[in-house]
Design a protein around this ligand. Sequence first.
Ligand SMILES: O=C(O)c1ccccc1NCC(=O)[C@H](O)[C@H](O)COP(=O)(O)O
Length: 209
Amino acid sequence: MSARVKICGLTRPEDVDAAVDCGADAVGFVFYGPSPRAVSVAQAAELVRRVPAFVSVVGLFVNPAHQEVEAVLEKVPLDLLQFHGDETAAFCATFARRWIKAIRVREPGQIERAFDEYRASSGLLVDAWDPEKYGGTGKAFNWDLIPTERPLPLILAGGLSSANVFAAVNQVKPWAVDVSGGVEQGKGIKDCQKISYFIKEVHRVCKTD
Ligand SMILES: O=C(O)c1ccccc1NCC(=O)[C@H](O)[C@H](O)COP(=O)(O)O
């Protein structure tokens, strides 16, 4: 078994370097103003310059206007778009870029329905539901709601950290895991030691299989 790792919500050059050096497969930048992890287009363009070949750069949006995404794409070489709001599949597919859809899980059957609705995506990210936030909540959800039959790559997110990612990967066997709060020392400020432990735990479970 192998699971890839995405470190999301990076805001500082040293955190990008730490994620890359520790072996992250993807790094995520939040283009959503209300988030404490939001980056400007100019800031993201600078940060992305540090990302080497074969590490994917993901741009995260929440219910953006079409023009807003295009404006980011003009300046920031994103490999993938991650839509974290109530975007339709038709909207997500209007950009000349691969995309993944995040859903916030709270009831049985929801993931199965999303697999169908977002079948044109490159993956479905499953995160915890929260009444007030679209993501980055630091909360886990009931992994028993995740079906074993998956027509798309499944990316597990929500409240992961080095303390639970071994169990998560072992149980869910996701294509990838996505973490933000679990590798931070403060909102938007990553902790390179936590990033290192997190990725080591994912690699450890992959070796034991
Ligand atoms: O990070 C945010 O502030 C955020 C705001 C709005 C939508 C999504 C957001 N983040 C998404 C992520 O960082 C992750 O994909 C995911 O939600 C996991 O976050 P965490 O539970 O903190 O590990």
